[in-house]
Design a protein. Structure first.
Lengths: 262, 345
């Protein structure tokens, strides 16, 4: 079986976000990590490989040349091949242009199953996975909590707010995975060592077939950013650090009365 | 076809098991405001099996028209055929704006349909307005009557306003609990259109082998007027008892932060925040919640925020209307008793 896993390198927001003076995000000043849902997707693929010997995992990413490092991390976890799609003309892409571009890259590969994360922590859109499936004419199962392969079909627990649908569909298919339900493995020391010897395939615009120039990069993006800014929050109200428990209690009580809550 | 030929605000009326999602009514409410600005009408798109009667509810909440696709294939949500149905509606009726709830269904249907009809989609919007694009251009040079879609990104750290100037429909998914539904007008009727799009089976149809419903007795925190929300500072699952007592005394509901869910103290459907639910109650008690940005993103629209925390520098105090620094184990039970005594008067 051949599995393609799509991963994205994202700024690590765990320790807050660094802004440029103009209010845009200073990506260069932040650590970069493999997007958590994508890492869960890679873990799903690695488990399928363990259960189905002979499986080959190709990890695909789109980004700046430095995004190579996210593929090295995937190698160290156990991925077999890596493809970096990088080209200046692809920059500034929204989800339509990104998914069009990645779908074109995947058309160069053999695959039975495509695995992506549900969403990336920088954009939080959850759009690129389903849209890749749409461009490739594949069935999509998003929010996948559990993935297994039965013969030529994939069986997935698809998570909703109050229920799970157990779904089955013939491959090729695309699933999007959740970090909440799959704990990714650590890189192995041997894997880390080997990761730097492995070759990454690098594709630019010219390597992507069946892709219209009108569907890539900033110009090919239907959505346009009108304004971006550091979020303006509601100002702080009163903070009382001078009250004992009884005082604090009556302070809150009085406010609730004043506002007719009680 | 010219962009000007796309008319009207369409909203996806999500239903599961013959029950309309709250966001379906919220979208109609917001759609009415947008339609008023544009001088057009609101059309709800209702997909399912045996659900035509729900059109009356949509009408009462403000839908001028309801397009119904009623087909056994649509009984349970599946990406395909729902995408066939919604894309079929868009291609036939050509709306200017298409709004979908940012639910576990809408966040799957929206991207699929937007790619199918080749338009832009802005995810998880928290604010929608009509205005010009670019924002600061001379009005003569700008495109007027554009949908301006505002959304948080980077876990709520940044906010961006997005337009879709050259493609139609302008599509957005909208976070549940953010838009306000209108008061229903009893007995109001809409113009109901029964539509039959092509739902031919293809390789993209998945088979539903089983549906496992999670039986849960937990409260709907998005509907609560008063939320008594606890964080890591509460200390243990058992100690949530003092919050439950306060909630009972004041007629509220208990909710929690992500740390509480991660510790297994409370189930995920009580979680407020970026990865949980967005709430806007009249009163939000943040008790032992530090106020990580991801949490604040889910509750900052609450009318009154009351914070109790022992850490004076906790960021929750930056958004609280009223904050007290102190021991929640002493303050919360005392407050419960005071409220009980007041209400017993």
């Amino acid at each position: 079986m051949k599995i393609v896993v799509c991963v994205k390198q994202v700024p690590d927001t765990k320790n807050g976000v660094v802004f440029n003076p103009d209010g845009t995000l200073n990506r260069g000043a932040m650590d970069k990590v493999m997007n958590p849902d994508d890492k869960a997707g890679l873990e799903v693929a690695l488990r399928l490989k363990e259960a189905n010997p002979g499986t080959e995992i190709t990890v695909v990413t789109m980004g700046i040349p430095d995004a190579d490092s996210v593929l090295r991390e995937a190698f160290a976890m156990g991925a077999d091949k890596g493809v970096l799609i990088t080209d200046r003309v692809l920059g500034g892409a929204d989800t339509w242009a990104t998914s069009s571009t990645i779908a074109a890259g995947i058309r160069n590969l053999d695959y039975d199953l495509i695995v992506t994360g549900r969403q990336a922590i920088d954009g939080d859109t959850a759009q690129v996975g389903p849209q890749i499936a749409e461009h490739l004419g594949l069935p999509v199962i998003s929010y996948a909590a559990n993935v297994s392969v039965e013969g030529d079909s994939v069986v997935v627990d698809r998570q909703y707010d109050d229920r799970i649908h157990k779904l089955k569909v013939k491959m090729p298919a695309l699933v999007t995975c959740l970090s909440e339900t799959t704990e990714p493995r650590y890189m192995t020391p041997g894997g880390i060592f080997d990761a730097f010897d492995k070759e990454v395939t690098v594709w630019g615009r010219a390597d992507l077939k069946d892709l219209d120039d009108g569907d890539i990069g900033l110009a090919g993006s239907p959505t346009k950013i009108a304004k971006a800014s550091d979020k303006v929050r509601k100002g702080a109200g009163e903070k009382r650090a001078d009250l004992d428990a009884a005082g604090a209690c009556s302070y809150i009580f009085d406010k609730l009365k004043e506002k007719h809550v009680i | 076809m010219a962009l000007e030929d796309y008319k009207g605000v369409f909203t996806f009326a999500e239903q599961v098991d013959h029950k309309l999602a709250g966001v379906a009514l919220e979208l109609i409410g917001k759609g009415k405001d947008l339609a008023a600005d544009l001088g057009c009408e609101v059309t709800a798109v209702l997909l399912g099996s045996g659900i035509t009667d729900l059109a009356d509810t949509l009408a009462e909440y403000g839908a001028d028209h309801v397009i119904v696709v009623d087909d056994p294939k649509l009984e349970n949500y599946r990406t395909e055929p729902y995408a066939q149905a919604l894309a079929g509606v868009i291609n036939e009726f050509k709306p200017e704006i298409m709004l979908v709830g940012a639910t576990a269904i809408g966040r799957d249907l929206g991207p699929t349909v937007s790619a199918r009809v080749k338009t832009g989609l802005t995810a998880d919007c928290t604010s929608l307005d009509i205005g010009q694009f670019p924002l600061n251009a001379d009005p003569a040079d700008a495109k007027q009557n554009q949908l301006l879609m505002t959304r948080p990104a980077f876990g709520g750290n940044t906010i961006a306003t997005i337009a879709c100037p050259d493609h139609r429909p302008q599509m957005a998914t909208v976070r549940p609990g953010v838009m306000i539904k209108k008061d229903p007008e009893k007995g109001k009727k809409a113009d109901v259109i029964d539509f039959k799009p092509d739902l031919s089976e293809n390789n993209r149809y998945v088979e539903i082998i089983d549906i496992i419903k999670e039986t849960k007795k937990t409260a709907d925190i998005m509907a609560a007027k008063i939320l008594v929300s606890g964080g890591r500072g509460v200390g243990s699952a058992e100690n949530f008892k003092i919050l439950e007592d306060l909630a009972e005394a004041i007629g509220g509901t208990v909710s929690c932060s992500r740390a509480v869910v991660d510790n297994g103290w409370k189930p995920k459907d009580l979680q407020v925040g970026q990865t949980g639910k967005t709430v806007r109650p009249n009163v939000y008690f943040a008790i032992g919640i530090s106020g990580a940005i991801q949490h604040v993103a889910g509750m900052e629209e609450s009318d009154i925020i009351i914070a109790i925390n022992k850490d004076e520098s906790a960021p929750i105090f930056d958004v609280a209307d009223y904050g007290v620094v102190g021991d929640l184990n002493k303050i919360v039970p005392a407050l419960t008793e005071a409220i009980k005594a007041e209400l017993a008067k």
